[in-house]
Each structure stands twice: as C-alpha cells, then as structure tokens.
Write a protein that binds this ligand. Structure first.
Ligand SMILES: *[C@@H]1O[C@H](CO)[C@@H](O)[C@H](O)[C@H]1NC(C)=O
Ligand SMILES: *[C@@H]1O[C@H](CO)[C@@H](O)[C@H](O)[C@H]1NC(C)=O
Ligand SMILES: *[C@@H]1O[C@H](CO)[C@@H](O)[C@H](O)[C@H]1NC(C)=O
Ligand SMILES: *[C@@H]1O[C@H](CO)[C@@H](O)[C@H](O)[C@H]1NC(C)=O
Ligand SMILES: *[C@@H]1O[C@H](CO)[C@@H](O)[C@H](O)[C@H]1NC(C)=O
Ligand SMILES: *[C@@H]1O[C@H](CO)[C@@H](O)[C@H](O)[C@H]1NC(C)=O
Ligand SMILES: *[C@@H]1O[C@H](CO)[C@@H](O)[C@H](O)[C@H]1NC(C)=O
Ligand SMILES: *[C@@H]1O[C@H](CO)[C@@H](O)[C@H](O)[C@H]1NC(C)=O
Ligand SMILES: [Zn+2]
Length: 909
C-alpha cells in the first residue's frame, strides 16, 4: 500500500458531535469486522501531570455494506477533526457522530456507503487523563522507601469492558484482531506491551522521549490487550521449559526486589505444566509479570503481560499462610487462562464460566501437581463444595450462564458463584468422564478453537466426542442436554433413594433442594449421573455413571447388576463428583452410621463423602427430613475422624447453628462443642510449642483450624497456650510465627483479655506499615469482647481514605460478626454507617458482611431494623435481600427445629 498513488476524494466534514444514538442494542452491529489495529500511545508521567494521547488505525472488513460505523468509546476526548475513514482507493467522510452512554457506543455516520467485502481504515485521535479508577489505562504510584519520592506509573486493566477507555475499539470478546502497538514515553521509564520491542526511535519533537514499536500481537480480544509505562525494576529474567522457551521478567517496585514474590518462582513452572497438560504450545515468546501497586483485581491474565496486585501480595516468609495459598492459586489461575480465555475465548460474557470455571479448576490441578504433599487443590475444592451446597440452596438463583448486557452487568458476571460453581462443573466432567476422555476432549477443544471464540455447546461437543470415542458414554447419550441442566439453571437437586430390602430394588426421585424457608414448589430437574458404591466393594474411585436420573423426571426404579445385600450400605455419588444431596431411607442411614462408627477406616468411605454425609444430614434436619437425634448420632463417629475435610465442614455448620442459640441452649451447645473438640485438640502438639515443633506442613491448615476452634470454645488449656504464644512472639521479634497461627493466637488473646491487651494490639496495628501484617492484626481486633475498644478502631479505619485501611475495617468487621460477643453492636455500627460503606465497598464485599450479621438474627424487630436502615441504599439491595432471606430461614428453623435440636443436644451433654 502506498499512499502517494492514491486519488483522494475531498469532502466537507460536518461533525455534529454527541447526538444520542438511535442504535441501542447492547451488542455491536455485525456489519464491520475489525481485523487489525495500529495503536500509538504517548504517555506523559510527571509529578504534576499524568495523561496520555494516542491514535488508532483500525482495519475493517465490511461484511455488509453500511453507511455507519459503531464502536466503543468511554471517557476519551476524541479529536473529531482528525477522524478519518478511507480505503486504499478513496477517502470517505463523516457527516455526524452519535453516542450512546449506556453501552458506550460511538457511531460515525458516513457520506458514502462502505462496500461489502472491502477493507477500510478508520483512524481516530484521542486523549485522556490517566484516571485513578483502576480501569482502562490508569495511573498508579508507589513511594520510594529511601527517598520518599512518589513514582508514577501507568498500566492497563481492560477486562472486562474497559479497553474502550484506553482507545476506541470494538470492545467485545468475539471481535479478535491483531495489534501493532507503539508506545511513546520519556526515557526514564520502561514501556511494556504483550509483545517484545522491535525497535525504538527518538520522538520527533519531545526531548528525551522515545517511540518503541512492538511485534504484532496474535489475534486477540480487546480485553486481553495490555501495556504499561513504568520505572519498576525487573527482579529476575527466567526462561521457562516450554516449547518456545518463554522468557519471564518480573517487574516490581525496588523494595520488593529481595522479597520472595510467589509469582516469580511459580509462573514458569505452572506455564510448563499447563503446556504439557493441554498439549497446545504457549504461543508467545515472553511474559512480563508486573506487580502493580494498585489493581482492581488480584491479577489479570493479559496476553504476554500478566499483572498482579501488590496489595494482595503475601510477602511474609511464612511456610504456611492461607493468603499465600490463595495467591498461588491465583498465579496458577492466570496461567490456565492463557489457554482458557486467551487462546480460546467465549463469544460473549454470558458464557464467562467457560474461562473462569475452567481456569479455577485447572489451577487446583496445578497446585496439587506442583506440590502433591499439601493437597491444596483438594482443600479448595472442598471449600467450593461447602460453599456451593450452602448458597445454591437459597431462592432467586441465577444460572451461571445468563444474559448480560451493559458494562455493569458484565462486571457483575465476575462473581464467586460463577468461578466456584463453574469449577465444580468442570470437576464433574473430569470425574464422570475420567482422565482419558476428559483430557482428550479438552485438548481437542483447545486445538479446534485456538485463536477463536466459543459457546458452551462447543465444549460439550468436544467432550462428548471424546467420551464416545473412548466408550465412556454410549453414542446415543446426549451429554450437552445433560450438562445444560447444570449450567442453565440455578440450584441443585436432592436425590431421594429408597431401598426395598426384600427385592433389592431402589427407587430414586429428585427435586430442587431448598435450605429453609417455605418456597414455591418448582418442577426443576437435572440430569443426575448415578454411580453407586456398596459396602462390600467400597471403591470410591469408580465414578463413571452406571445410570442417569432423567429430566424431565419421574421416580425411577433401578436394580443394580450385582445386588447389594440388605445389611450393607449403598452410597451414591462417590467423591461428590456431582453437586447433589442424597437422602437415604432410615435403614441405609443406620448402616452408614454404624459403619462409620465401628469399621476400621470408616468402612472405606471416602473423606469427601464423609464430609458430605455430615453436611447433608444437617441440611436435612434443618428442613425436617431428618431428626437431630440421627444427626448427633452420626457425629459420634467423629471421635475417630482424623481428616480435616469432615471436621471443617461439620464445625463450620455447627457454629452457624450456635449463633442462633440463646440462654441455656447456648450454654449446652458450648459444652457439647468442648466435648466434641476435646479429643481432637489433644491429638495436636501444644499450641505454644508450635514454633519449635511445627506440625508437618501438610497438617498446618488442620492444626490451625483445631487451635482456633478449641480456643474459641475454651477447650483444654488452649486459651492459655495462645497467651503464652503471643507473649513469646511479642517479646522476641525474631520468632517466626506463621501468620495463620498468629491470627488464631492473637484472636484468643484479645477475646480473653481486656483493655490492656486491646490497646497493645491496636498500637501494633497503627504502627505497622506492612500491609499483610496490618490485615492480620486488623482481623484479630474483631475478636475483642469490648465494643467500645473496637469502636475506636472502626472509627479510625472507616474515616481513613487509604485503601488498605478500608480493607482492614472490612476484615475486622467480618471477624466480629462471625464470633459472638459484639455481633449486635458491630451490626448496628455497620447499619448506621451503611451509606459510607456503600460508597467504599463493592456489593461482593458487602454481601458476606451482611450475611454474617444475619446469621444470628431471628426476631421480627431485628428483621425490621435491617430493613429500615438499608432499604433505601441501592448498593445494599442484593446483599439485603440475601440477609433478609437468611433471617427468615433462621426464624423458620427456630419455629420448626429448635425443640428437636435442643432435645437431641441435651441428651449428649
Ligand atoms: C509535567 O508535564 C506537563 C505537560 O504534560 C508540563 O506542562 C509540566 O511542566 C511538567 N511538570 C514537570 C514538573 O515537569
Ligand atoms: C447503520 O447502517 C445499517 C445498515 O447498514 C442500518 O441498518 C442501521 O440502522 C444504521 N445505524 C444507525 C445508528 O443509523
Ligand atoms: C497515588 O495513587 C493513589 C491511588 O490511586 C492516589 O489516591 C494518590 O493521589 C496518588 N498519589 C499521587 C501523589 O499522585
Ligand atoms: C527523569 O529522571 C531524572 C533523573 O532521575 C529526573 O531529574 C527527571 O525529572 C526525570 N524526568 C521525568 C519526566 O520523570
Ligand atoms: C504491523 O507490524 C509489522 C511489523 O512488526 C509490519 O510488518 C506490518 O506491516 C504492520 N501492520 C500494519 C497494518 O501496519
Ligand atoms: C426473588 O423472586 C421473587 C419472586 O419472583 C421476587 O419478588 C423478588 O424480588 C426476587 N428477589 C431478588 C433479590 O431478586
Ligand atoms: C513503633 O515502631 C517503631 C519503629 O519501628 C518502634 O520503635 C516502636 O517501639 C513501635 N511502637 C510500638 C507501640 O510498637
Ligand atoms: C466513634 O465515632 C462516633 C461518632 O463519630 C462517636 O460517637 C464515638 O464516641 C466514637 N467512638 C470511639 C470509641 O471513639
Ligand atoms: Zn480468571
């Protein structure tokens, strides 16, 4: 293409800007397909001024002829005089511009039609401030620890719908294009994009400024484009053992350089692990990892330039830290995205789970593969299961796949629900199909749609093909239909299994499980895979379904090929591969309970099933499908239970019930908990000795859980041990106390202690500059029993403008609401400061606070109080609805179940 030979059409340009647009469908029109972007961004960063200016030339293929161009623009000042549309032959012109603020559309009306199958170039010039909103191309900064100087930097966060704030673009995931990016900046800085630099030239007129061209980025969605101009330092350059020998660099502010930053060490390994697992090569030559001082999320998987939040970075040299595991999970998650999301992308945000559910699940596999000793993936999965069975039993549930329109709804899709339930759906497929069929299907899915876009059906079809080929399912089984029933509706089924002990036949039926309040009967159903385990052959690894419970459904009568005898149990759903609850007839429950109590090795029942049996029976008692007597009877087996998962599940659920008890029942409950925990507590080393005799690293999480619950219920000498531990930790700063134990010990110290202890820890909190340490101390302050003391802290942190303080406030409130002594005062405090909280926190953060508060509420006055304070605040709309539901569930439990619970409890203390 040579510009000199062109015949230019000269044309009068009338720009009548900002007429409201007629076009108001939420998706861009299909007439034009962006194929390539040439993007030039000049970044200005000095102490007084941070802004950028740039131009974009978009190569468009007209799929249909049209006289208008609609694309996305948000918060950019467009220089209308310099907007042009042309082909190689001619220049078009623009008659007027329309905008649509809801969907950020910017529509150019042209003088002449763009013709079908022709390529056009749209060029636009624009500028904007680098904002403080952590989205688009935004400003961040850090203060040098030595010079105290503020260093400014600029970095992008384009996901999910913020690329339009960085440059005019077709900001939908399906419009994949290639990108040539040229960055201009002052020589003091480093400029990064997803691709390596080709060459740099001096700027034509700005002194000490350069322009650097970067290699062409492979076909990608706009939300994955990234660039940054900064003066961070590269801690280390490392090559990964991948096919392309991908080179990693790790950018961070100078004070972090000698710290042990998890992503630096882990990323090259995890990338190689996934490349091998998926058998599709990672296509880029380099990845820059940037630890950004401020970030809207924990991390972002941009092609070639992955960003992490410095604020979320756990830095202590701990050998065990829950936050650290969380961060490791994040690193693995971002690199799983390189395949699920980056290489193969959902067409639209309704199918977000296709990248988030998969990446979440594969990150668990990576954690277990990189460090099998610790079974971290398994713990995450169990957390998800516990969480899922709880939250998905409410009403008004949306499906993980749902229609989303504007930018707010798109952002709203990124909910824990989509990530967690999504990961369980992927796990379900893995367990049901088995390694061979599952990975064959996953690999062919990735190969087939590489650099393309997909919908849910594409995944189902790839897996179905593989499963048929490997004879895991029969050719006439419709896997898509079965899986749709799990992702296109919310909730999950309760399967009821009744055995006829004479004939050996089983009757199975399903219904939607609701956890509490009276709810309308809905005739929802699922395709439920049925795999049975029998006592005489307790093989919990054989998961491939023997039958399916169909949908639409009526009850089904089944006969197993090798009939179980009447005196052996049957357990459905080995390893809880699929998300449903099972209620058995009384006899079968008895057989299970006896086996758990009396058989060596719990009759071979898998630990995830043990956890689930406990969870199920408690859920059934709360809706009167079981008696609490049967529940406590089952709990008897816990005396022997030596695995974390069942203990964690049952104690957390018991704590929830404990929050509803008052007076004598509350006392009885504490006695019961002491008894329950006593033997377990004794199995672990003395809490104060943890520094010298730490348990094996794989037992750390379990140990910490046992100490925290034992101290909470004053089991044995736990609180005293905690006190000793705190004082030795305080007196000798050289003592390394893993943060989780620190939290547990300080919490007990504060709860048992008084004014002096509070002021001591509060001073420590105010004095420390380390963000992680501040968070730890803050969350323990919520364990105080004295609200006036706690209020000092709340006043201080709520008024603070600093983000870390807001987070500390939230963590402390969460702790206080999850315990017992100052729940109502803390609850009232958040209600009377709801407005300011609504401004500071996201819905996702407010929801757990309000839910925790609601956990203990049950009177009509309390319900009313919640309503009065929050009903007019729009940020609280959904959290309030959930909280009110919770309170009504509590009321129902009190009315229907308390007497049964009380009587069963009495018998056991
Ligand atoms: C910062 O940049 C602006 C222009 O972008 C310039 O006017 C101003 O003088 C600069 N300030 C300093 C301190 O360099
Ligand atoms: C843009 O052009 C198409 C025809 O190509 C037409 O259907 C559509 O209404 C136009 N949009 C606007 C906003 O005028
Ligand atoms: C540094 O960034 C924070 C957070 O975006 C912002 O509030 C603050 O004003 C910035 N500091 C300077 C000196 O620009
Ligand atoms: C570049 O660095 C020099 C030396 O550190 C400093 O004096 C100057 O102000 C910096 N310029 C910009 C634009 O940051
Ligand atoms: C993009 O950059 C490559 C060089 O990296 C160049 O060959 C190509 O022509 C550029 N594309 C466009 C459309 O300018
Ligand atoms: C839940 O559903 C009911 C009935 O359909 C409706 O009245 C209520 O507003 C919904 N609540 C939420 C939070 O969507
Ligand atoms: C606060 O920190 C300073 C410097 O690290 C230290 O000297 C002082 O003792 C600390 N005060 C408290 C109350 O911990
Ligand atoms: C917290 O602030 C409120 C109102 O601003 C005040 O009434 C209360 O006394 C303060 N509490 C403490 C402990 O400082
Ligand atoms: Zn993700």
């Amino acid at each position: 293409m040579s510009q000199n030979n062109l015949v230019f059409w000269i044309c009068l340009i009338f720009i009548v800007p900002h007429i409201k647009a007629a076009y108001d469908h939420y998706r861009l029109p299909n007439a034009l397909e962006p194929q390539h972007y040439n993007l030039r961004i000049l970044t200005h960063l000095n102490s007084t001024d941070q802004w950028f200016e740039g131009s974009v030339k978009i190569y468009l293929l007209a799929r249909e002829s049209t006289k208008n161009i609609t694309l996305h623009v948000a918060h950019l000042k467009i220089d209308g005089d310099r907007t042009s549309v042309r082909s190689d032959q001619e220049i078009n012109c623009i008659t007027n511009v329309e905008t649509n603020d809801i969907y950020n559309f910017y529509t150019l009306h042209l003088c002449r039609e763009l013709e079908k199958d022709q390529i056009y170039q749209l060029e636009m010039h624009f500028e904007s401030r680098l904002n403080n909103s952590l989205s688009g191309y935004y400003a961040s900064n850090y203060t040098d620890t030595d010079t105290k100087e503020v260093h400014h930097l600029a970095v992008t966060q384009f996901s999910p719908a913020f690329a339009r704030q960085g440059f005019p673009c077709f900001d939908e995931p399906a419009w994949k294009s290639t990108f040539n990016i040229t960055l201009g900046y002052h020589k003091n800085f480093t400029g990064l994009t997803g691709m390596p630099v080709i060459e740099c030239q001096t700027h034509e007129n700005l002194e000490n400024y350069i322009w650097c061209d970067h290699e062409t980025l492979l076909r990608t969605s706009t939300y994955l484009v990234a660039y940054s101009v900064h003066d961070l330092k590269n801690a280390v350059t490392e090559e990964s053992k991948t096919f392309n020998r991908v080179v990693f660099r790790n950018w961070m502010q100078p004070k972090l350089l000698n710290q042990d930053v998890i992503s630096t060490e882990m990323a090259p390994k995890v990338l190689a692990y996934f490349e091998n697992l998926f058998q599709v090569n990672f296509p880029l030559k380099k990845v820059d990892q940037i630890t950004v001082p401020t970030h809207q999320f924990v991390a972002m998987e941009n092609w070639g330039m992955v960003t992490f939040s410095e604020e979320r970075l756990p830095l202590n040299q701990d050998n065990y830290l829950k936050q650290k595991d969380g961060f490791a999970e994040t690193v693995a998650h971002e690199f799983a995205h390189q395949w699920f999301g980056n290489l193969v992308t959902m067409k639209w945000w309704n199918d977000l789970w296709l990248k988030e559910g998969t990446s979440t699940y594969f990150s668990y596999l990576a954690l277990d593969a990189l460090d099998p000793e610790r079974s971290r993936g398994e713990l995450f999965i169990d957390d998800n299961l516990a969480n899922f069975f709880e939250i998905d039993s409410g009403r008004n549930l949306t499906a993980i796949t749902k229609e989303v329109k504007g930018p707010d709804q798109i952002s709203g899709q990124f909910s824990p629900y989509v990530y967690k339930k999504g990961s369980l759906i992927v796990r379900m497929l893995h367990k049901l199909l088995g390694d061979e069929a599952f990975f064959q299907g996953i690999r062919s899915f990735l190969k087939r749609f590489s650099l393309g876009n997909v919908v849910q059906d594409d995944l189902w079809n790839s897996l179905e093909e593989a499963a048929i080929q490997t004879n895991v399912i029969s050719p006439d089984f419709n896997l898509s239909r079965a899986m749709d029933s799990w992702v296109l509706q919310g909730g999950y089924p309760l399967v009821t299994l009744n055995r006829d002990y004479k004939t050996g036949k089983m009757t199975l039926s399903q219904s939607r499980f609701y956890g509490g309040k009276d709810l309308p009967i809905e005739s929802l159903c699922w395709w439920v895979p049925l795999s049975f385990v029998r006592q005489n052959q307790p093989d919990f690894k054989k998961i491939t379904p023997q039958f399916w419970l169909e949908c639409p459904s009526s009850s089904q009568v089944l006969e197993l090929p090798n009939l179980p005898t009447p005196n052996e149990w049957i357990i459905l759903n080995p390893q809880v591969s699929t998300i449903f609850r099972v209620n058995y007839d009384k006899q079968n429950w008895n057989l299970i309970t006896e086996s758990l109590k009396n058989d060596a090795n719990f009759g071979g029942i898998h630990k995830i099933n043990r956890a689930q049996l406990l969870d199920d029976i408690m859920a059934f008692a709360a809706v009167r499908l079981q008696k609490y007597d049967a529940v406590f009877d089952l709990f008897d087996y816990l005396k022997k239970e030596n695995e974390f998962l069942p203990w964690q599940r049952v104690v957390n659920k018991l704590n929830r019930l404990g929050a509803l008890l008052r007076g004598q029942e509350a006392k009885d409950f504490k006695i019961y908990m002491q008894k329950l925990l006593n033997a377990l507590y004794k199995r672990f080393p003395k809490f104060a000795g943890i520094i010298t005799s730490s348990p094996a690293i794989k037992d750390m999480a379990f140990a910490n859980f046992v100490y925290s619950q034992s101290c909470r219920y004053h089991v044995g000498d736990c609180t005293n041990q905690a006190k000793i531990l705190v004082s030795s930790h305080r007196n000798g700063s050289q003592i390394e106390l893993p943060s989780d134990f620190q939290k547990t010990a300080y919490c007990s110290y504060l709860e048992v202690g008084g004014e002096m202890e509070f002021q001591e820890i509060f001073a420590l909190f105010q004095n420390t500059t380390d963000a992680t340490q501040r968070r730890i101390l803050a969350s323990t302050l919520g364990c105080s029993r004295n609200f006036q003391n706690f209020e000092q802290f709340l006043n201080l942190t709520l008024q603070s403008e600093e983000k870390v303080n807001s987070e500390c406030y939230r963590l402390a409130v969460q702790t206080a609401l999850n315990r017992e002594y100052i729940v109502s005062q803390t609850g009232n405090y958040i209600l009377s400061h709801a407005k300011i909280m609504g401004e500071k926190f996201k819905e996702m953060e407010l929801t757990p606070l309000l839910s925790s508060f609601a956990t203990s509420l049950q009177s009509p006055e309390e319900l009313e109080n919640l309503n009065v304070h929050l009903k007019d605040l729009k940020e609280f709309k959904k959290p309030l609805q959930k909280a009110l539901d919770r309170v009504q569930t509590n009321q129902k439990w009190q009315k229907d179940c308390l007497a049964d619970f009380k009587a069963a409890l009495r018998k056991r203390i």
